[in-house]
Design a binder for this molecule. Structure first.
Ligand SMILES: [Zn+2]
Length: 233
């Protein structure tokens, strides 16, 4: 009985150690892992490319329109220069100017549509960049918190381990061996409290004779359902 109480106390320390090891494995895997940010980064990069492309389209159209402006200015200068006197030539020149203006108008219509796209693409990009910045900030804060948590857990391990080792030394070797074996097969649990004839490990009733054994026997008695070592509560 005394040995089983020792095992129960040892289990409490072992479970504390287990919790820390599991959490350390989790934080270890999550540290530096920014895979959750990758889709957002990809989307922002895509929006940036679209914004750059539409701005490029705008620059091209500006240049094309500028080209028409120059040609129109040149033709109009000639028209009003007085050097062209033939009426046929004047008509041709006027027709040229009208055509150039029409073509410029078409490009200006295109430009209006592109300017709209530029605005939308720019807004979409800056909105995305804001979301990304926010996510990255949250990620960094989370990383810092996990680093701190990891350091705290690490610092708690040696004390718990020393406590564990000292307790294990005090347990008779056969009981300790049984404890280790049961623990291995029950997710770290080896001892369960027995309330009346109900095992706290599986919440099921055990035969009265077994419950009686658990109360009187010096040897460990195990639950007939879950197999945990029973400690009378
Ligand atoms: Zn049980």
């Amino acid at each position: 009985m005394a040995a089983i109480k020792q095992l129960y106390d040892l289990q409490a320390v072992d479970l504390e150690l287990d919790v820390r090891h599991v959490r350390l494995a989790e934080t270890g895997a999550a540290l530096g892992d920014d895979s959750a940010l990758k889709p957002v980064r990809g989307e922002v990069a895509r929006r940036k490319t679209v914004a750059q492309k539409t701005t490029g389209d705008q620059t091209n159209l500006d240049a094309i329109i500028g080209g028409y402006e120059a040609k129109i200015a040149q033709a109009e200068a000639r028209l009003y220069s007085g050097t062209v006197t033939q009426s046929r030539e004047l008509e041709d020149l006027q027709a040229d100017i009208a055509m150039l203006k029409r073509q410029r108008g078409e490009q200006e219509d295109l430009l209006l549509a592109v300017l709209d796209e530029v605005d939308q693409a720019q807004k979409s990009y800056t909105d995305g960049a804001k979301v990304l910045a926010k996510r990255e900030k949250a990620w960094l804060a989370e990383q810092e918190a996990m680093t701190e948590e990891g350091a705290r857990l690490e610092s708690e391990l040696p004390g718990l381990q020393a406590d564990r080792d000292a307790r294990a030394l005090g347990v008779p070797p056969p009981e300790l061996a049984l404890y280790e074996q049961v623990r291995k097969n029950h997710q770290g649990k080896a001892v369960a409290l027995l309330h009346g004839s109900t095992c706290d490990g599986c919440r099921m009733g055990i035969p009265n004779r077994l419950a009686q054994d658990a109360r009187t026997s010096e040897k460990p008695v195990r639950c007939s359902n879950c197999g945990l070592i029973l400690l009378v509560d």
